[in-house]
Design a protein. Structure first.
Ligand SMILES: Cc1cc2nc3c(=O)[nH]c(=O)nc-3n(C[C@H](O)[C@H](O)[C@H](O)COP(=O)(O)OP(=O)(O)OC[C@H]3O[C@@H](n4cnc5c(N)ncnc54)[C@H](O)[C@@H]3O)c2cc1C
Length: 462
């Protein structure tokens, strides 16, 4: 079959691929996307959206259990896992169809199949399918769960973080291997639904790259909810199926038993078996290095999303896909990783942007200011006053270097700090902006005020 010509081809229709494709089509390029399974990638089908849909159900249960504190009597609240998973599936299907509609409306050609480079400009779809040719090609193949060596072979009762989202029988006991964003989020959701959860993390703190004080606060909250967090756990040596579930043995001899084990110990880039050897890019099995325009070292081959490493987050992948599209269309767009917000939808939410206090103080003269939510009007009204907002500020210039939030809607609040950082708005710019009362957003105002010794709802420093 003759090769089809496009200006830009995305290999993978996840967040980086589908948003990049739509932006490229807006800019008038002839665009194709090759997708092996489902449009929307891990984020839409097995990540961000399914977890948030299930979390929304868990939140209702979580709140129902506290209903008495709000003066509401609910005689029985319990999860119906089948209905929760069905609701999640309906949401995912609807959003997937939306992307397909957007592709059609933007005249983007979608090829369903597995793509493999046969030359730096050509991709074959499936073993003997058509070859499509692109002036420029973007590798947006994403990532997959990394399996600890002990679980290289499947063991019944051990699932990946992605497969966990289709488990429709709530396990009584759940052991999660990995205390990063994905592991803690699943821990929090499962505990809210009623599982007894233990998390094993090899490093000294959960979320090892995040601000120490804020993570310690979150760890305290999760423990108070009955979640067992084990830091500095030694390596997992073996997993054995038992009649009640699985027993996991660690290198130091400790064992942990649970009905279900979830693997959330990092991710690997999808760079094997995509024909990289035919492009001159020697990174099969590894993350692909790129410059600020997402260009690889081979001319006219770009890469974006999880496959380039760094923060493996959908909103980073979105932006990288868009940067590729704009650069390919001749616009002067480039990535700036200084302001990357991170989010963790635990109960309550955790979100951060920029540098932790420790990193900031290693790199700059920097000071941190905190505002606890106890005296915050909206937090109290919501019955969710456990949490804090922290701002890390350059001592000499006043520039905001980092923001860390625990509390209701933390992931929304951190966007204001991100916007300020990206546009070099000083804390005074936040202070001079009237914030609606009562809102959680006022907590950002208060911490900005605190950084100028103007906080209204914090006790004066002696
Ligand atoms: C449980 C979980 C929860 C998460 N929650 C969040 C969250 O709340 N917020 C957030 O920002 N991030 C979250 N993430 C991370 C987010 O899902 C990823 O960062 C994001 O999906 C990366 O997008 P991507 O386009 O790089 O790759 P992917 O989403 O991995 O998409 C890559 C696509 O390429 C396709 N593909 C691969 N190889 C080929 C090939 N050879 N031919 C054709 N197609 C191919 C795949 O089928 C896939 O659809 C979560 C992840 C997990 C696992």
């Amino acid at each position: 079959m003759a090769a089809q010509d496009y200006d830009l081809i995305f290999l993978g229709g996840g967040p980086a691929g589908y948003q990049g494709a739509i932006r490229a089509a807006q800019l008038g390029l002839r665009v194709a996307v090759i997708e092996d399974t489902d449009l929307g990638g891990v984020c839409l089908n097995q990540g961000c959206i399914p977890t948030k849909a299930i979390r929304a159900s868990a939140e209702i249960l979580y709140q129902a259990r506290q209903a008495k504190d709000y003066g509401i009597v609910i005689s029985e609240a319990r999860p119906d896992m089948n209905a929760i998973i069905n609701r999640k599936n309906r949401i995912v299907t609807l959003l997937r169809e939306e992307i397909a509609n957007l592709f059609a409306a933007n005249k983007i050609t979608l090829y369903n199949g597995r793509g493999k480079f046969v030359s730096p400009r050509e991709i074959r779809i499936n073993e003997s399918g058509p070859v499509v040719k692109g002036s420029k090609i973007v590798i947006t193949t994403g990532s997959r769960p990394k399996l600890p060596a002990a679980f290289a072979n499947p063991i019944p009762g051990v699932v990946t973080s992605q497969a966990m989202l289709d488990v429709d029988i709530l396990p009584e006991t759940l052991l999660i291997i990995g205390g990063g964003i994905v592991g803690l989020e699943i821990a929090s959701i499962a505990a809210a639904l009623g599982s007894q959860v233990t998390v094993l993390e090899e490093r000294e703190q959960m979320l090892p790259k995040e601000d120490r004080e804020t993570v310690a606060y979150l760890e305290g909250l999760m423990k108070s909810q009955g979640i067992k967090l084990i830091n500095a756990a030694t390596e997992v040596e073996a997993g054995t199926q038992t009649k009640d579930g699985v027993t996991v043995s660690l290198a130091n001899g400790d064992t942990h038993a649970a009905q279900l084990v979830v693997l959330a110990a990092g991710r690997l880039p999808n760079t094997t078996d995509i024909g990289l050897e035919n492009t001159g890019l020697d990174y099969a099995g590894g993350f692909i290095p790129v410059n600020e325009h997402m260009e690889t070292e081979v001319k006219n081959i770009f890469a974006a999303g999880d496959v380039v490493g760094g923060w493996l987050l959908a909103h980073v992948a979105f932006m990288e896909g868009i940067i590729v599209a704009e650069h390919a269309a001749g616009l002067p767009s480039s990535m700036d990783y200084r302001v990357v917000p991170r989010c963790l939808f635990t109960f309550p939410e955790y979100a951060s942007v920029g540098l932790s206090e420790e990193e900031a103080q290693r790199l700059h003269p920097a000071q941190a200011f905190t505002y606890p939510l106890q005296s915050h009007g909206m937090a109290q009204a919501l019955g969710a006053a456990e949490g804090m907002v922290k701002l890390v500020v350059h001592t000499m210039t006043g520039e905001i270097l980092g923001g860390h939030v625990i509390g209701p809607h933390a992931s929304e609040l951190v966007s204001e700090i991100a916007l300020a950082m990206r546009n070099k708005v000083m804390p005074s710019g936040i202070i001079n902006t009237i914030h609606i009362h009562p809102t959680m957003a006022e907590a950002v105002l208060e911490v900005a005020q605190a950084s100028s010794r103007k906080s209204i709802h914090s006790m004066p420093r002696s």
